[in-house]
Design a protein around this ligand. Structure first.
Ligand code: PEP
Ligand code: MG
Length: 586
């Protein structure tokens, strides 16, 4: 009897998760860590307790050395400052008595093995963290698990090394969760994709994947336990799917899709230096949205005309102290010099709601998205705001900088902000520090009230930028982070379209430059519609720039306007969808 060399029945199945970073990878699975937490429990004899305690101390020292090595490695390269902050959190957890001492008490009192003691302590801590109302603190339970995983690996004599990538085939990393320290590894290892059980489209891992340009699917719940080492996988980051052991037909189909995408991508790179001009000769600005200074490189590579949105709050989202003025200045200067003369729009901290910072406007709130967020929080925390404004202004001496205020809704917010900027300038003059006195100041249009009273903002600000992510949330009363209502989050809702069009038209009428920097700007099916509304400046994730540029190059403003006007006249979603499909087929 001829036995097949491989098991002849490999069950093919599909896991559905959240699409976190686009693209397709066909790869072998490489599982990481989490299973190490399912540790054995055994008793140790009283006379072995000292040895067990020493074994635990040695494991702690190993992990400390790993963190120190990672820290060193980060100094030299261009690892985003954010990773340093992640690492600091892990260091704090590692050295906290709850992890460094409490397991030793368990070993001594219960005569149990060290792996068991530390994982029991981890469970207690995770339960405590999960009770927190504050989502930031709740999230930290993942960090506790990640640190304990490292300790357990060290106890088992398997320190957390860089996963070794087989150069002969593409590798997809499968993890329960991925830590920030793991993310540093990604910068050095050629993973083809990654897949995690937890996380959302805006989790750290998703953000890192997007900035690395590799496909990722998150929130798969059971991927880590259902997928086996070296199994073949298709990671479909466009649709949030992971196909395990695909059959030949599916594989062939995806191979075709993947090579199509690669070819498309390659062809697109020819457009890097091409100006985005429509068929009827209208020039369109295509800017990039970034989260970290190191993203500046991707902006240049993808031919961005500038940075339309630097989400500056990412500089310290995961640390529990505020970045100093000098730290911020260095980050802003790095972006502005990295952009080589192109304009850079720095949004002042958009903290609050889902982006919370312990100790800052951190009152419990039933409706945090409607509470002390963005510019409201900055105006309530003058020291925080002044420090940032000084840092931005200092960086303005090194290139073309613009300041963008998030979530404006009231005239007095503009007056107060301009007052703060004037004060910051006066301080810099007093201190003899150079800055650009004409730095433009703009506002984000993210609240329906701002659209409906745009005249004031257009008159008093130098430019405007529509944050459609929040504009949709506030127009439709849909929490953009809540899974349960995600299906109602609709950029094509007639009310949303009317508001976006109205904002663009009012700003154009007032001759105030306006951009869209929400996700709608990078959605291919919406490019022509936005052109038809009169939009001439789009800001999106760098990876989308060339795709959108190609669409601009094949669009006629006259056609776009015609259909856009028709769409604005109807409140029927089906008519909107069919008119849009026709526009995109032109
Ligand atoms: C938006 O709301 O559209 C936006 C660009 O800001 P953020 O996604 O950071 O809230
Ligand atoms: Mg927003």
């Amino acid at each position: 009897m001829n036995l097949p060399t491989e098991p002849f029945f490999k069950i093919s199945f599909v896991l559905h998760g959240v699409a976190a970073a686009p693209g397709i990878a066909i790869a072998r699975a490489q599982l990481v860590s989490h299973a190490t937490l399912e540790v054995a429990h055994y008793d140790i004899a009283p006379e072995q307790v000292d040895d067990e305690l020493a074994r635990f101390d040695t494991a702690l020292a190993t992990v400390r050395a790993e963190f120190e090595a990672l820290h060193e490695r980060m100094k030299g390269d261009d690892a985003p400052a954010e990773f340093g902050a992640f690492l600091d959190v892990h260091w704090m957890i590692l050295t906290d008595t709850q992890i460094a001492k409490e397991p030793k008490r368990l070993i001594a009192e219960q005569h149990c093995n060290a792996e068991w003691a530390v994982t029991q302590q981890m469970k207690t801590l995770v339960e405590q963290f999960e009770q927190f109302e504050d989502p930031y603190l709740r999230e930290r339970s993942h960090d506790v698990v990640q640190v304990v995983e490292r300790i357990v690996k060290a106890l088992m004599g398997r320190p957390s090394e860089l996963p070794v990538i087989n150069p002969l085939h593409a590798t997809a990393l499968i993890a329960h969760d991925l830590s920030p320290a793991d993310a540093i590894h990604f910068k050095e290892s050629a993973f083809a994709a990654f897949v995690t059980d937890v996380g959302g489209a805006t989790s750290h891992t998703a953000i890192v994947a997007r900035s690395l340009g590799i496909p990722a699917v998150v929130a798969l719940h059971n991927a880590r336990s259902l997928i086996r080492e070296a199994e073949s996988l298709i990671v479909d980051g466009d649709n949030g799917l992971v196909i395990v052991n695909p059959d030949q037909h599916v594989l062939a189909e995806y191979e075709l899709k993947q090579s199509g995408q690669r070819l498309e991508r390659k062809k697109l790179t020819r457009l890097v230096a091409t100006r985005a001009v429509t068929l009827d000769g209208t020039s369109i600005d295509l800017h990039a949205n970034i989260e970290l200074p190191s993203d500046a490189k991707a902006c240049i590579e993808n031919g961005a005309d500038g940075v339309g949105l630097f989400r500056s709050e990412f500089l310290f989202l995961h640390r529990d102290d505020l970045p100093t003025e000098d730290e911020q200045f260095e980050s802003y200067r790095a972006v502005v010099t990295g952009l080589q003369g192109r304009p850079v729009t720095i949004r002042t901290f958009d903290l609050g709601a889902d982006k919370r910072m312990p100790g800052l406007g951190d009152r419990p709130s039933d409706n945090p998205a409607l509470g002390l967020r963005a510019i409201r929080l900055c105006l309530a925390e003058p020291k925080l705001f002044m420090t940032q404004l000084r840092a931005i202004l200092r960086a303005s001496a090194f290139g073309r900088l613009r300041i963008l205020i998030p979530m404006i809704s009231n005239a007095h917010e503009v007056t107060q902000t301009l007052g703060f900027i004037a004060r910051a300038k006066a301080e810099l003059v007093r201190d003899g520090i150079a800055f650009d006195n004409d730095v433009p100041v703009g506002g984000m249009v993210e609240i329906p009230a701002a659209v409906l009273s745009l005249g004031y903002f257009a008159e008093h600000l130098d430019f405007l930028s529509i944050g459609t992510n929040d504009l949709i949330q506030y127009t439709l009363a849909i929490d953009r982070t809540d899974d349960a209502v995600a299906h109602l989050y609709d950029p094509l809702h007639p009310a949303v379209l009317k508001l976006v069009a109205q904002a663009i038209r009012s700003a154009n009428k007032a001759n105030t430059p306006i951009a869209v920097c929400g996700e709608m700007a990078g959605e291919l099916r919406l490019t022509r519609l936005l052109l038809g509304f009169g939009l001439r400046n789009f800001s999106m994730h760098p990876a989308q720039l060339l795709t959108i540029k190609q669409r601009v190059l094949t669009s006629s403003i006259a056609d776009c306007e015609l259909v856009a006007n028709r769409i604005l006249r109807t409140d029927d979603p089906e008519k909107i969808i069919s008119a849009l499909a026709k526009l995109n087929a032109l």
